[in-house]
Design a protein around this ligand. Structure first.
Ligand SMILES: C[S@@+](CC[C@H](N)C(=O)[O-])C[C@H]1O[C@@H](n2cnc3c(N)ncnc32)[C@H](O)[C@@H]1O
Length: 223
Protein backbone atom coordinates (compact mmCIF):
# COMPACT_ATOMS: atom_id res chain seq x y z
CA UNK A 1 0.00 0.00 0.00
CA UNK A 2 1.45 3.40 -0.90
CA UNK A 3 1.88 6.03 1.76
CA UNK A 4 -0.68 8.17 -0.02
CA UNK A 5 -3.22 5.33 -0.10
CA UNK A 6 -2.60 4.57 3.58
CA UNK A 7 -2.86 8.23 4.56
CA UNK A 8 -5.59 9.85 2.57
CA UNK A 9 -6.55 13.41 3.29
CA UNK A 10 -10.20 12.68 3.83
CA UNK A 11 -11.29 15.92 5.46
CA UNK A 12 -12.60 17.61 2.34
CA UNK A 13 -12.18 14.90 -0.32
CA UNK A 14 -15.70 13.89 -1.26
CA UNK A 15 -16.41 10.72 -3.17
CA UNK A 16 -19.58 10.42 -5.27
CA UNK A 17 -21.52 8.84 -2.38
CA UNK A 18 -20.54 11.64 0.01
CA UNK A 19 -21.72 14.13 -2.59
CA UNK A 20 -24.96 12.20 -3.04
CA UNK A 21 -25.61 12.34 0.73
CA UNK A 22 -24.91 16.07 0.80
CA UNK A 23 -27.10 16.78 -2.21
CA UNK A 24 -29.94 14.63 -0.88
CA UNK A 25 -29.89 15.17 2.89
CA UNK A 26 -27.46 17.92 3.86
CA UNK A 27 -27.75 20.92 1.60
CA UNK A 28 -26.42 24.14 3.09
CA UNK A 29 -28.83 27.06 3.20
CA UNK A 30 -27.79 30.67 2.73
CA UNK A 31 -26.76 31.13 6.38
CA UNK A 32 -24.47 28.08 6.40
CA UNK A 33 -22.87 29.21 3.14
CA UNK A 34 -22.39 32.66 4.63
CA UNK A 35 -20.66 31.16 7.68
CA UNK A 36 -18.16 29.27 5.50
CA UNK A 37 -17.55 32.37 3.40
CA UNK A 38 -17.06 34.46 6.54
CA UNK A 39 -14.55 31.89 7.84
CA UNK A 40 -12.66 32.22 4.53
CA UNK A 41 -12.79 36.03 4.68
CA UNK A 42 -11.19 35.78 8.14
CA UNK A 43 -8.50 33.34 6.97
CA UNK A 44 -9.73 30.63 9.27
CA UNK A 45 -8.63 27.03 8.65
CA UNK A 46 -10.95 24.79 6.62
CA UNK A 47 -11.45 22.27 9.40
CA UNK A 48 -15.14 22.48 10.18
CA UNK A 49 -17.48 19.50 9.87
CA UNK A 50 -18.57 18.58 6.37
CA UNK A 51 -22.32 19.01 5.74
CA UNK A 52 -22.88 15.24 5.66
CA UNK A 53 -21.07 14.82 9.00
CA UNK A 54 -23.05 17.71 10.50
CA UNK A 55 -26.30 16.19 9.26
CA UNK A 56 -25.43 12.87 10.94
CA UNK A 57 -24.89 14.77 14.17
CA UNK A 58 -28.28 16.45 13.78
CA UNK A 59 -30.04 13.12 13.26
CA UNK A 60 -28.37 11.75 16.40
CA UNK A 61 -29.36 14.80 18.46
CA UNK A 62 -32.97 14.34 17.41
CA UNK A 63 -32.91 10.55 17.88
CA UNK A 64 -31.83 10.79 21.51
CA UNK A 65 -34.05 13.80 22.20
CA UNK A 66 -31.07 15.89 23.26
CA UNK A 67 -31.90 19.22 24.89
CA UNK A 68 -28.52 20.17 26.32
CA UNK A 69 -25.37 19.85 24.20
CA UNK A 70 -21.76 20.78 24.98
CA UNK A 71 -19.32 21.45 22.15
CA UNK A 72 -15.55 21.83 22.60
CA UNK A 73 -14.16 23.72 19.59
CA UNK A 74 -16.43 26.36 18.02
CA UNK A 75 -14.30 27.76 15.17
CA UNK A 76 -16.65 29.89 13.00
CA UNK A 77 -19.83 28.39 14.44
CA UNK A 78 -20.56 26.08 11.51
CA UNK A 79 -21.13 22.86 13.50
CA UNK A 80 -22.70 24.91 16.29
CA UNK A 81 -25.34 26.19 13.89
CA UNK A 82 -26.21 22.68 12.71
CA UNK A 83 -26.38 21.50 16.34
CA UNK A 84 -28.56 24.40 17.50
CA UNK A 85 -30.96 23.86 14.62
CA UNK A 86 -31.45 20.23 15.69
CA UNK A 87 -32.34 21.21 19.26
CA UNK A 88 -35.89 21.92 20.41
CA UNK A 89 -36.94 25.54 20.94
CA UNK A 90 -35.96 25.38 24.62
CA UNK A 91 -32.76 23.44 23.90
CA UNK A 92 -29.32 24.78 24.69
CA UNK A 93 -25.85 24.50 23.20
CA UNK A 94 -22.84 25.57 25.21
CA UNK A 95 -19.80 25.89 22.95
CA UNK A 96 -16.21 26.48 24.10
CA UNK A 97 -13.60 28.34 22.06
CA UNK A 98 -10.16 29.54 23.11
CA UNK A 99 -9.54 31.95 20.21
CA UNK A 100 -11.18 35.37 20.63
CA UNK A 101 -11.00 35.86 16.84
CA UNK A 102 -12.84 32.60 16.21
CA UNK A 103 -15.35 33.41 18.94
CA UNK A 104 -16.15 36.79 17.35
CA UNK A 105 -16.78 35.20 13.95
CA UNK A 106 -18.90 32.48 15.57
CA UNK A 107 -21.07 35.04 17.37
CA UNK A 108 -21.76 36.74 14.02
CA UNK A 109 -22.53 33.33 12.51
CA UNK A 110 -25.05 32.46 15.21
CA UNK A 111 -26.75 35.84 14.70
CA UNK A 112 -26.83 35.33 10.94
CA UNK A 113 -28.39 31.87 11.34
CA UNK A 114 -30.91 33.09 13.92
CA UNK A 115 -29.77 30.58 16.57
CA UNK A 116 -28.08 32.91 19.10
CA UNK A 117 -30.86 32.51 21.65
CA UNK A 118 -30.06 28.79 21.98
CA UNK A 119 -26.29 29.18 22.28
CA UNK A 120 -23.89 30.21 25.01
CA UNK A 121 -20.35 30.68 23.73
CA UNK A 122 -17.65 30.66 26.40
CA UNK A 123 -14.31 32.10 25.39
CA UNK A 124 -11.13 30.65 26.88
CA UNK A 125 -9.25 27.38 27.18
CA UNK A 126 -11.77 24.56 27.43
CA UNK A 127 -10.16 23.06 30.53
CA UNK A 128 -10.94 26.30 32.37
CA UNK A 129 -14.37 26.71 30.81
CA UNK A 130 -15.43 23.18 31.75
CA UNK A 131 -15.36 24.22 35.41
CA UNK A 132 -17.85 26.98 34.56
CA UNK A 133 -20.34 24.65 32.86
CA UNK A 134 -20.51 21.99 35.55
CA UNK A 135 -23.74 23.44 36.92
CA UNK A 136 -25.37 22.76 33.52
CA UNK A 137 -24.47 19.05 33.61
CA UNK A 138 -25.47 16.38 32.90
CA UNK A 139 -25.35 17.00 29.15
CA UNK A 140 -27.26 14.82 26.70
CA UNK A 141 -24.53 14.98 24.08
CA UNK A 142 -20.93 16.21 24.08
CA UNK A 143 -19.18 16.96 20.80
CA UNK A 144 -15.38 17.31 20.83
CA UNK A 145 -13.52 18.92 17.93
CA UNK A 146 -10.52 20.80 19.31
CA UNK A 147 -7.00 20.13 20.72
CA UNK A 148 -6.62 16.37 20.41
CA UNK A 149 -3.71 16.05 22.83
CA UNK A 150 -6.13 17.04 25.60
CA UNK A 151 -8.84 14.52 24.70
CA UNK A 152 -7.96 12.00 27.44
CA UNK A 153 -8.32 14.84 29.96
CA UNK A 154 -11.69 15.82 28.51
CA UNK A 155 -12.80 12.20 28.80
CA UNK A 156 -11.80 12.13 32.48
CA UNK A 157 -13.92 15.27 33.02
CA UNK A 158 -16.84 13.66 31.20
CA UNK A 159 -16.59 10.57 33.40
CA UNK A 160 -16.53 12.62 36.60
CA UNK A 161 -19.75 13.46 38.41
CA UNK A 162 -22.11 12.43 35.61
CA UNK A 163 -21.23 15.30 33.31
CA UNK A 164 -22.76 13.23 30.49
CA UNK A 165 -26.05 11.53 31.30
CA UNK A 166 -26.55 7.78 31.15
CA UNK A 167 -27.39 6.89 27.51
CA UNK A 168 -25.95 10.26 26.53
CA UNK A 169 -23.58 10.31 23.57
CA UNK A 170 -20.01 11.49 23.11
CA UNK A 171 -19.13 12.43 19.53
CA UNK A 172 -15.54 13.06 18.45
CA UNK A 173 -14.55 14.44 15.05
CA UNK A 174 -11.46 13.33 13.07
CA UNK A 175 -11.41 9.91 14.70
CA UNK A 176 -8.89 8.66 12.11
CA UNK A 177 -6.53 11.53 12.99
CA UNK A 178 -5.92 12.38 9.34
CA UNK A 179 -5.13 8.73 8.59
CA UNK A 180 -2.60 8.30 11.44
CA UNK A 181 -4.80 6.73 14.11
CA UNK A 182 -3.20 3.26 13.83
CA UNK A 183 0.33 4.72 13.82
CA UNK A 184 0.11 7.90 15.88
CA UNK A 185 2.94 10.40 15.44
CA UNK A 186 2.21 13.74 17.08
CA UNK A 187 0.92 14.54 20.56
CA UNK A 188 -2.46 15.21 18.94
CA UNK A 189 -2.48 11.76 17.31
CA UNK A 190 -1.53 10.12 20.61
CA UNK A 191 -4.29 12.05 22.40
CA UNK A 192 -6.88 10.78 19.94
CA UNK A 193 -5.51 7.23 20.19
CA UNK A 194 -5.46 7.30 24.01
CA UNK A 195 -9.06 8.50 24.10
CA UNK A 196 -10.15 5.63 21.85
CA UNK A 197 -8.16 3.01 23.78
CA UNK A 198 -9.78 4.19 27.01
CA UNK A 199 -13.27 4.09 25.47
CA UNK A 200 -12.60 0.62 24.04
CA UNK A 201 -12.10 -0.74 27.58
CA UNK A 202 -15.84 -0.34 27.98
CA UNK A 203 -15.77 0.91 31.59
CA UNK A 204 -18.32 3.65 30.89
CA UNK A 205 -18.99 3.65 27.14
CA UNK A 206 -19.73 1.49 24.15
CA UNK A 207 -18.15 3.09 21.10
CA UNK A 208 -17.42 2.81 17.41
CA UNK A 209 -16.45 4.97 14.44
CA UNK A 210 -18.44 5.87 11.36
CA UNK A 211 -15.84 5.96 8.60
CA UNK A 212 -17.12 8.93 6.64
CA UNK A 213 -14.49 11.58 5.92
CA UNK A 214 -11.82 11.50 8.63
CA UNK A 215 -14.10 9.34 10.76
CA UNK A 216 -16.46 10.33 13.54
CA UNK A 217 -16.43 8.45 16.82
CA UNK A 218 -19.75 7.81 18.56
CA UNK A 219 -19.80 6.54 22.13
CA UNK A 220 -22.88 5.95 24.26
CA UNK A 221 -22.49 6.13 28.02
CA UNK A 222 -23.74 2.82 29.35
CA UNK A 223 -22.62 2.95 32.97
C1 LIG B 1 -11.62 21.84 14.27
S1 LIG B 1 -12.01 23.44 14.85
C2 LIG B 1 -13.71 23.29 15.32
C3 LIG B 1 -14.62 23.19 14.14
C4 LIG B 1 -16.09 23.29 14.48
N1 LIG B 1 -16.47 22.28 15.44
C5 LIG B 1 -16.93 23.14 13.23
O1 LIG B 1 -17.09 21.99 12.77
O2 LIG B 1 -17.41 24.15 12.71
C6 LIG B 1 -11.19 23.48 16.40
C7 LIG B 1 -11.43 24.75 17.22
O3 LIG B 1 -11.06 24.44 18.57
C8 LIG B 1 -10.43 25.55 19.13
N2 LIG B 1 -9.59 25.06 20.25
C9 LIG B 1 -8.41 24.42 20.17
N3 LIG B 1 -7.95 24.15 21.40
C10 LIG B 1 -8.87 24.60 22.27
C11 LIG B 1 -8.96 24.62 23.69
N4 LIG B 1 -8.02 24.10 24.48
N5 LIG B 1 -10.04 25.20 24.26
C12 LIG B 1 -11.03 25.73 23.47
N6 LIG B 1 -10.99 25.75 22.12
C13 LIG B 1 -9.92 25.20 21.53
C14 LIG B 1 -9.64 26.15 17.97
O4 LIG B 1 -9.32 27.50 18.22
C15 LIG B 1 -10.59 25.94 16.80
O5 LIG B 1 -11.42 27.07 16.64
Amino acid sequence: MTDQARRPSPLRDLNEYDQYVIDTFAREDEALQWIQAEADRNDMPKISLRPDEARTLQILIKAIGARKVLEIGTLAGYSGTWIARALPADGKLITLEKSSKHAAVARASFEKAGVSSKITLIEGAALDSLKKVESEAPFDLIFIDADRATYPTYLRWINEDNHLRLNGVLVVHNAFAGGRIATPESADDHGMSALQQELAKGHHFEASIIGVGDGTLFAVRVR
